[in-house]
Design a protein around this ligand. Structure first.
Ligand SMILES: [Zn+2]
Length: 314
Protein backbone atom coordinates (compact mmCIF):
# COMPACT_ATOMS: atom_id res chain seq x y z
CA UNK A 1 0.00 0.00 0.00
CA UNK A 2 2.84 2.35 0.90
CA UNK A 3 4.34 1.77 -2.53
CA UNK A 4 1.07 2.42 -4.32
CA UNK A 5 0.43 5.47 -2.14
CA UNK A 6 3.83 6.88 -3.07
CA UNK A 7 3.14 6.34 -6.72
CA UNK A 8 -0.30 7.90 -6.40
CA UNK A 9 1.16 10.91 -4.64
CA UNK A 10 3.74 11.37 -7.37
CA UNK A 11 1.13 11.11 -10.09
CA UNK A 12 -0.86 13.75 -8.27
CA UNK A 13 2.17 16.03 -8.16
CA UNK A 14 2.83 15.52 -11.87
CA UNK A 15 -0.78 16.30 -12.65
CA UNK A 16 -0.60 19.44 -10.57
CA UNK A 17 2.57 20.48 -12.35
CA UNK A 18 0.99 19.80 -15.71
CA UNK A 19 -1.99 21.96 -14.80
CA UNK A 20 0.31 24.76 -13.71
CA UNK A 21 2.32 24.45 -16.91
CA UNK A 22 -0.82 24.70 -18.99
CA UNK A 23 -1.91 27.73 -17.01
CA UNK A 24 1.48 29.31 -17.50
CA UNK A 25 1.44 28.58 -21.23
CA UNK A 26 -1.95 30.25 -21.50
CA UNK A 27 -0.74 33.23 -19.52
CA UNK A 28 2.43 33.52 -21.56
CA UNK A 29 0.31 33.58 -24.68
CA UNK A 30 -1.65 36.48 -23.25
CA UNK A 31 1.42 38.51 -22.34
CA UNK A 32 2.73 41.31 -24.47
CA UNK A 33 6.39 42.21 -24.41
CA UNK A 34 7.52 45.22 -26.33
CA UNK A 35 11.04 46.12 -27.48
CA UNK A 36 12.31 48.78 -29.82
CA UNK A 37 15.45 49.65 -31.74
CA UNK A 38 16.75 52.75 -33.43
CA UNK A 39 15.44 54.99 -30.67
CA UNK A 40 11.89 53.78 -31.20
CA UNK A 41 11.96 53.67 -35.00
CA UNK A 42 11.15 49.96 -34.99
CA UNK A 43 8.88 48.56 -32.27
CA UNK A 44 8.22 44.86 -31.96
CA UNK A 45 5.67 43.17 -29.71
CA UNK A 46 6.02 39.47 -28.93
CA UNK A 47 4.02 37.30 -26.56
CA UNK A 48 5.50 35.29 -23.71
CA UNK A 49 5.93 32.31 -26.03
CA UNK A 50 8.16 34.42 -28.25
CA UNK A 51 5.70 34.62 -31.15
CA UNK A 52 5.94 37.96 -32.92
CA UNK A 53 2.57 39.69 -32.58
CA UNK A 54 3.23 43.01 -34.27
CA UNK A 55 5.90 45.19 -35.82
CA UNK A 56 5.48 48.94 -35.93
CA UNK A 57 7.70 51.12 -38.14
CA UNK A 58 8.20 54.84 -37.79
CA UNK A 59 7.62 56.20 -41.35
CA UNK A 60 10.92 58.03 -40.95
CA UNK A 61 12.83 54.74 -41.04
CA UNK A 62 11.38 53.68 -44.38
CA UNK A 63 13.85 54.58 -47.09
CA UNK A 64 14.04 52.59 -50.29
CA UNK A 65 17.74 53.44 -50.57
CA UNK A 66 18.49 51.97 -47.20
CA UNK A 67 16.53 48.77 -46.83
CA UNK A 68 19.49 47.18 -45.13
CA UNK A 69 19.32 49.45 -42.10
CA UNK A 70 15.62 48.78 -41.68
CA UNK A 71 16.26 45.05 -41.83
CA UNK A 72 18.97 45.38 -39.20
CA UNK A 73 16.70 47.42 -36.93
CA UNK A 74 13.87 44.88 -37.23
CA UNK A 75 16.19 42.00 -36.42
CA UNK A 76 17.59 43.92 -33.44
CA UNK A 77 14.12 44.70 -32.06
CA UNK A 78 12.85 41.14 -32.52
CA UNK A 79 15.89 39.64 -30.87
CA UNK A 80 15.55 41.95 -27.92
CA UNK A 81 11.87 41.21 -27.45
CA UNK A 82 12.46 37.47 -27.74
CA UNK A 83 15.34 37.58 -25.33
CA UNK A 84 13.17 39.31 -22.77
CA UNK A 85 10.30 36.87 -23.34
CA UNK A 86 12.73 33.98 -22.96
CA UNK A 87 13.91 35.33 -19.61
CA UNK A 88 10.36 35.62 -18.33
CA UNK A 89 9.51 32.13 -19.57
CA UNK A 90 12.57 30.65 -17.85
CA UNK A 91 11.80 32.47 -14.65
CA UNK A 92 8.24 31.17 -14.57
CA UNK A 93 9.31 27.66 -15.43
CA UNK A 94 11.72 27.58 -12.49
CA UNK A 95 8.94 28.76 -10.21
CA UNK A 96 6.77 25.82 -11.25
CA UNK A 97 9.40 23.12 -11.09
CA UNK A 98 11.26 24.44 -8.07
CA UNK A 99 8.24 25.69 -6.21
CA UNK A 100 6.02 22.62 -6.11
CA UNK A 101 5.33 23.07 -2.42
CA UNK A 102 4.66 26.78 -2.50
CA UNK A 103 0.95 27.26 -2.08
CA UNK A 104 -0.62 29.50 -4.73
CA UNK A 105 1.29 30.67 -7.74
CA UNK A 106 1.92 34.36 -7.80
CA UNK A 107 3.67 34.71 -11.10
CA UNK A 108 5.21 38.15 -11.49
CA UNK A 109 3.88 38.70 -14.97
CA UNK A 110 0.29 38.46 -13.82
CA UNK A 111 0.63 42.00 -12.52
CA UNK A 112 2.27 43.34 -15.67
CA UNK A 113 0.39 42.54 -18.82
CA UNK A 114 2.57 44.76 -20.86
CA UNK A 115 6.21 45.19 -20.11
CA UNK A 116 8.23 47.86 -21.81
CA UNK A 117 11.88 47.11 -22.21
CA UNK A 118 14.01 50.00 -23.27
CA UNK A 119 16.69 48.77 -25.58
CA UNK A 120 20.08 49.05 -24.00
CA UNK A 121 22.36 47.04 -26.20
CA UNK A 122 25.65 48.46 -27.30
CA UNK A 123 24.66 49.22 -30.91
CA UNK A 124 21.79 51.23 -29.53
CA UNK A 125 24.09 53.03 -27.13
CA UNK A 126 26.45 53.89 -29.97
CA UNK A 127 23.57 55.20 -32.09
CA UNK A 128 22.32 57.30 -29.17
CA UNK A 129 25.75 58.80 -28.73
CA UNK A 130 26.18 59.52 -32.45
CA UNK A 131 22.76 61.17 -32.56
CA UNK A 132 24.10 63.82 -30.20
CA UNK A 133 26.64 65.01 -32.79
CA UNK A 134 25.76 68.16 -34.73
CA UNK A 135 23.95 67.50 -38.00
CA UNK A 136 23.36 63.82 -37.23
CA UNK A 137 19.71 62.89 -37.00
CA UNK A 138 18.35 59.69 -35.53
CA UNK A 139 18.33 58.01 -38.90
CA UNK A 140 21.91 58.89 -39.79
CA UNK A 141 23.00 57.86 -36.30
CA UNK A 142 21.43 54.42 -36.79
CA UNK A 143 23.03 54.07 -40.19
CA UNK A 144 26.46 55.03 -38.81
CA UNK A 145 26.11 52.70 -35.83
CA UNK A 146 25.25 49.73 -38.05
CA UNK A 147 28.02 50.69 -40.43
CA UNK A 148 30.50 50.70 -37.55
CA UNK A 149 29.10 47.37 -36.40
CA UNK A 150 29.86 45.89 -39.79
CA UNK A 151 33.41 47.25 -39.98
CA UNK A 152 36.23 44.80 -39.45
CA UNK A 153 37.49 44.80 -35.89
CA UNK A 154 40.71 46.49 -37.03
CA UNK A 155 38.89 49.31 -38.81
CA UNK A 156 36.55 49.92 -35.89
CA UNK A 157 39.40 50.03 -33.40
CA UNK A 158 41.35 52.36 -35.69
CA UNK A 159 38.36 54.70 -35.73
CA UNK A 160 38.10 54.63 -31.95
CA UNK A 161 41.85 55.17 -31.59
CA UNK A 162 41.75 58.12 -33.98
CA UNK A 163 39.04 59.75 -31.87
CA UNK A 164 41.05 59.15 -28.72
CA UNK A 165 44.21 60.49 -30.35
CA UNK A 166 42.46 63.68 -31.40
CA UNK A 167 41.42 64.33 -27.82
CA UNK A 168 44.77 63.40 -26.33
CA UNK A 169 47.14 65.04 -28.79
CA UNK A 170 45.35 67.97 -30.32
CA UNK A 171 44.72 71.19 -28.51
CA UNK A 172 44.46 74.90 -29.25
CA UNK A 173 47.28 77.30 -30.00
CA UNK A 174 47.50 79.73 -27.08
CA UNK A 175 48.28 82.60 -29.46
CA UNK A 176 45.83 82.26 -32.34
CA UNK A 177 43.38 79.60 -31.06
CA UNK A 178 44.19 77.39 -34.04
CA UNK A 179 43.63 73.66 -33.60
CA UNK A 180 47.13 72.27 -33.29
CA UNK A 181 49.27 69.42 -32.01
CA UNK A 182 51.89 71.95 -30.91
CA UNK A 183 51.68 75.20 -28.95
CA UNK A 184 52.31 77.65 -30.48
CA UNK A 185 51.00 76.23 -33.72
CA UNK A 186 53.02 75.82 -36.90
CA UNK A 187 51.83 79.13 -38.31
CA UNK A 188 52.50 81.16 -35.18
CA UNK A 189 55.97 79.65 -34.83
CA UNK A 190 56.94 80.17 -38.50
CA UNK A 191 59.64 82.91 -38.58
CA UNK A 192 59.01 83.54 -42.30
CA UNK A 193 55.51 84.83 -41.70
CA UNK A 194 54.68 88.46 -41.04
CA UNK A 195 53.50 89.21 -37.53
CA UNK A 196 52.22 92.66 -38.39
CA UNK A 197 49.08 91.46 -40.14
CA UNK A 198 46.40 89.27 -38.61
CA UNK A 199 43.64 87.63 -40.60
CA UNK A 200 40.63 87.05 -38.34
CA UNK A 201 38.50 84.02 -39.20
CA UNK A 202 35.64 82.14 -37.56
CA UNK A 203 37.05 78.62 -37.42
CA UNK A 204 40.27 76.69 -38.05
CA UNK A 205 39.14 75.25 -41.43
CA UNK A 206 38.70 78.85 -42.68
CA UNK A 207 42.31 79.64 -41.79
CA UNK A 208 43.46 76.40 -43.40
CA UNK A 209 41.57 77.26 -46.60
CA UNK A 210 43.10 80.76 -46.78
CA UNK A 211 46.55 79.40 -46.02
CA UNK A 212 46.18 76.85 -48.82
CA UNK A 213 45.45 79.68 -51.26
CA UNK A 214 49.05 80.84 -50.61
CA UNK A 215 48.38 84.56 -51.01
CA UNK A 216 48.53 85.42 -47.36
CA UNK A 217 51.69 85.32 -45.33
CA UNK A 218 50.62 86.81 -42.03
CA UNK A 219 49.14 85.50 -38.81
CA UNK A 220 45.68 84.16 -38.17
CA UNK A 221 43.31 84.62 -35.31
CA UNK A 222 40.55 82.08 -34.91
CA UNK A 223 37.49 83.47 -33.15
CA UNK A 224 35.97 80.07 -32.51
CA UNK A 225 32.62 81.03 -34.02
CA UNK A 226 30.60 84.06 -34.99
CA UNK A 227 28.21 86.40 -33.26
CA UNK A 228 24.81 84.80 -33.32
CA UNK A 229 22.29 86.28 -30.88
CA UNK A 230 19.70 83.68 -31.87
CA UNK A 231 22.02 80.91 -30.68
CA UNK A 232 23.01 82.92 -27.63
CA UNK A 233 26.56 83.51 -28.90
CA UNK A 234 27.83 86.93 -27.88
CA UNK A 235 31.27 88.62 -27.95
CA UNK A 236 32.32 86.92 -24.71
CA UNK A 237 31.89 83.51 -26.32
CA UNK A 238 34.44 84.33 -29.02
CA UNK A 239 38.20 84.83 -28.68
CA UNK A 240 37.88 88.60 -29.04
CA UNK A 241 39.64 89.71 -25.87
CA UNK A 242 42.53 87.43 -26.88
CA UNK A 243 42.68 89.25 -30.23
CA UNK A 244 42.81 92.62 -28.47
CA UNK A 245 45.55 91.27 -26.24
CA UNK A 246 47.59 90.17 -29.27
CA UNK A 247 47.21 93.59 -30.86
CA UNK A 248 48.19 95.20 -27.58
CA UNK A 249 51.28 93.03 -27.14
CA UNK A 250 52.62 92.94 -30.68
CA UNK A 251 53.47 95.09 -33.67
CA UNK A 252 50.22 94.54 -35.50
CA UNK A 253 49.43 97.15 -38.13
CA UNK A 254 46.66 95.52 -40.11
CA UNK A 255 43.66 93.35 -39.42
CA UNK A 256 41.84 91.50 -42.18
CA UNK A 257 38.32 90.56 -41.21
CA UNK A 258 37.74 87.27 -43.00
CA UNK A 259 34.56 86.07 -41.36
CA UNK A 260 32.11 84.30 -43.65
CA UNK A 261 30.12 86.37 -46.16
CA UNK A 262 26.76 85.60 -44.57
CA UNK A 263 24.56 87.50 -42.12
CA UNK A 264 26.29 86.42 -38.91
CA UNK A 265 29.74 86.70 -40.48
CA UNK A 266 29.03 90.25 -41.63
CA UNK A 267 27.65 91.19 -38.22
CA UNK A 268 30.77 89.79 -36.57
CA UNK A 269 33.02 91.77 -38.95
CA UNK A 270 31.06 94.97 -38.27
CA UNK A 271 31.29 94.45 -34.54
CA UNK A 272 35.05 93.85 -34.70
CA UNK A 273 35.61 96.83 -36.99
CA UNK A 274 33.85 99.09 -34.48
CA UNK A 275 35.96 97.66 -31.68
CA UNK A 276 39.29 97.89 -33.52
CA UNK A 277 38.93 101.19 -35.36
CA UNK A 278 39.88 103.35 -32.34
CA UNK A 279 43.19 101.46 -32.12
CA UNK A 280 44.47 103.14 -35.29
CA UNK A 281 45.01 99.96 -37.27
CA UNK A 282 44.34 99.39 -40.93
CA UNK A 283 41.20 97.30 -41.02
CA UNK A 284 40.05 95.52 -44.14
CA UNK A 285 37.27 93.14 -45.01
CA UNK A 286 37.82 90.39 -47.57
CA UNK A 287 36.31 91.30 -50.94
CA UNK A 288 33.15 89.85 -52.39
CA UNK A 289 34.83 87.37 -54.63
CA UNK A 290 33.05 84.83 -52.53
CA UNK A 291 29.47 83.82 -53.18
CA UNK A 292 27.18 85.21 -50.50
CA UNK A 293 25.84 82.60 -48.17
CA UNK A 294 28.78 80.27 -48.71
CA UNK A 295 31.46 79.01 -46.33
CA UNK A 296 35.12 79.97 -46.69
CA UNK A 297 36.02 76.41 -45.89
CA UNK A 298 34.53 75.20 -49.17
CA UNK A 299 35.73 77.99 -51.46
CA UNK A 300 38.35 77.21 -54.08
CA UNK A 301 41.84 78.66 -53.80
CA UNK A 302 41.50 81.07 -56.76
CA UNK A 303 38.34 82.62 -55.37
CA UNK A 304 39.93 82.96 -51.96
CA UNK A 305 43.05 84.58 -53.45
CA UNK A 306 40.96 87.11 -55.34
CA UNK A 307 38.90 87.81 -52.30
CA UNK A 308 42.01 88.52 -50.26
CA UNK A 309 43.74 90.65 -52.91
CA UNK A 310 40.58 92.69 -53.40
CA UNK A 311 40.03 93.30 -49.71
CA UNK A 312 38.82 96.80 -48.95
CA UNK A 313 39.36 99.14 -46.12
CA UNK A 314 36.52 98.77 -43.70
ZN1 LIG B 1 48.83 79.77 -33.53
Amino acid sequence: MAKGGGMGNMMKQVQQMQAKMEKMQAELEEMEIEASSGGGMVTVVVNGKQDVISIKLDPEVVDKDDVEMLQDLIVAAINQAKEKAGEIQAENMSQITGGMNIPGMNLPFQENDKLMFKSANSVERLANRLARLPGIGRKSANRLAFHILKLSKEDAIELADTIREVKEKVGFCSECNNISETDPCQICSDPKRSRSIICVVEETPDAAAIDKAESFNGMFHILGGKLSPLDGIGPDDLKISELLQRIHNGDVTEIILATNPNVEGEATALYLAGLLRPLGLKISRIARGLPVGSDLEYADSATLSRALEGRQEF
